[in-house]
Design a protein around this ligand. Structure first.
Ligand code: HEM
Length: 438
């Protein structure tokens, strides 16, 4: 059965491999149908001439085992960003003279050019704030969640995305970083510009046209200067937030403090990764609950089930469905398929998560699934998502409080359930009928 019963976008259902196009217009309505075909007929799916250059190829990997192997070995399967960093370093052009290079890439050049430094970067710079250390934000996130629930009507219709799923990660990341409350709308606009390639980018490489790229950088105008001002002021008078921390910390891997521009790059990465991903997770979780009679009540009756619910929902509805982020550094074989050196690997996390070889009854949401967190929605290995900790915490607190403070939740009217284009799985609107508990 299809997860998305019918493609209301008018895109024909894929039946055979030749119908499968994960990146065409409307493809996002039928992705899970396509994954079943890929698993059956082409778990290593060849895209001739679609590598980084026209004479090289790309391959879509959809098996759990293959993707898990790739992400755990960054030497054999080079992250494409590492290659770009090598090229940037070799060009010896000062980053400020490079066209369309964002601050995140610039800071990677000095802070994490190797696997060892990548690990140190996570451990020393991001883990204390958005990784395992995110626990320090529990009180703040709970206050934010409660304030959003306070603003919901006592009973009636609400767009869950607008009223809850979108503002929560925006507010949380602004407070974690140390941005003033009044700047959240501007921050959200910059976040939107940053994710443009993942929404409008073409093909598996999410390529923007020159025009789109120029427009993205125009929309991002001012972001760097804005962050520079905040960094400078926090260096003078640090507060209890991530940017202040980054101005004071000694990065022991390099035995020095961070420059203003390096901090700017880390902030860029936090805004890019931290907003829409968690929004889509929350929105899809609401759909999973509305789709399954009795699930809301079961979770209310036993909140200990929430942990598995969240992992299962991340598995079944991976917010980031797939990314072309690795390159083979030698000739490889995946199953029967030869993959030449220099090929791009598109890692389809969402398909790996419903691989029947790895997950029994893969399309079922099972609240008693063993080791449910082994899904690949946050990837794995040395490049695993650094923000998984804070995202999971936001989801955990959001559903704990929603289940405590709502009496019921069901679909409202006028939902199209159409997904936004691009590589993320999510709808931009979700009308719900909510009744608050007395
Ligand atoms: C449900 C929410 C999220 C999902 C599904 C998600 C997923 C991912 C995935 C699949 C990757 C690629 C890893 C690889 O190439 O192996 C990634 C990387 C990344 N994520 Fe997340 N992410 C989420 C939330 C967040 C949050 C909340 C933040 C920031 C606070 C964040 C920051 C990043 C960054 C900066 C990277 C790039 C890797 C790096 O610079 O170290 N993500 N994420």
């Amino acid at each position: 059965m299809s997860v998305f019963e019918d493609s209301s976008a008018g895109v024909p259902h894929p039946h055979k491999l030749k119908d499968v196009d994960l990146f065409g217009p409307g493809a996002e309505e039928l992705w899970y149908d396509a994954y079943a075909i890929l698993h059956r007929e082409a778990p290593v799916h060849h895209l001739p001439g679609e590598g980084l250059t026209p004479e090289t190829d790309a391959f879509i990997l959809s098996r759990y085992e293959d993707i898990n192997r790739v992400v755990k070995d960054p030497i054999r399967y080079t992250p494409i960003t590492s290659l770009m960093l090598e090229q940037m370093a070799a060009a010896r052009t000062p980053p400020e003279n490079m066209d369309y290079i964002n601050m995140m890439m610039v800071s990677m050049l000095t802070l994490r050019p190797t696997v060892e430094l990548w690990r140190a970067h996570r451990k020393e710079l991001t883990d204390p704030w958005v990784g395992p250390g995110a626990e320090r934000h529990r009180g703040m996130i709970t206050r934010r969640v409660d304030a959003l629930i306070d603003n919901l009507p006592g009973a009636g219709a609400v767009d869950f995305v607008q009223a809850f799923a979108r503002p929560l990660p925006q507010q949380v990341m602004a407070e974690v970083l140390g941005f003033p409350e009044s700047d959240i709308p501007q921050l959200a606009a910059w976040g939107k510009a940053q994710v443009m390639p993942f929404v409008y980018g073409e093909g598996h490489l999410n390529r923007l046209t020159d025009e789109q790229l120029a427009s993205q950088f125009t929309q991002l105008d001012g972001f760097k200067e804005y962050v520079q001002d905040i960094v400078r002021s926090k260096r003078q008078s640090p507060a209890d937030d991530m940017i202040s921390f980054l101005t004071q910390v000694t990065y022991s891997a390099l035995n020095r403090k961070l420059t203003d521009l390096e901090i700017n790059g880390i902030v860029y990465a936090m805004v890019l990764g931290g907003l829409e991903t968690t929004q889509y997770a929350l929105e899809q979780q609401a759909q999973l609950i509305c789709d399954r009679p009795g699930l809301f009540q079961a979770l209310q009756a036993d909140p200990a089930l929430l942990r598995t619910f969240i992992e299962e929902s991340l598995r079944l509805r991976a917010p980031t469905q797939g990314l072309s982020t690795r390159l083979t550094s030698q000739d490889e074989q995946f199953g029967e398929v030869d993959v030449p050196k220099g090929s791009v690997l598109h890692l389809r996390w969402a398909a790996a998560n419903v691989d029947p070889e790895e997950f029994e009854c893969p399309m079922d949401l099972q609240l008693d699934r063993k080791a449910a967190s082994r899904h690949l929605s946050f990837s794995a290995g040395p490049r695993v998502c650094p923000g998984a900790g804070i995202s999971r915490l936001e989801q955990q607190i959001a559903w704990t409080r929603l289940l405590e403070r709502l009496q019921s939740m069901r679909y409202g009217s006028d939902n199209t359930f159409l997904h936004q284009p691009g590589i993320m799985l999510g709808t931009l609107q979700l009308n719900l009928e909510l009744v608050k508990a007395a």
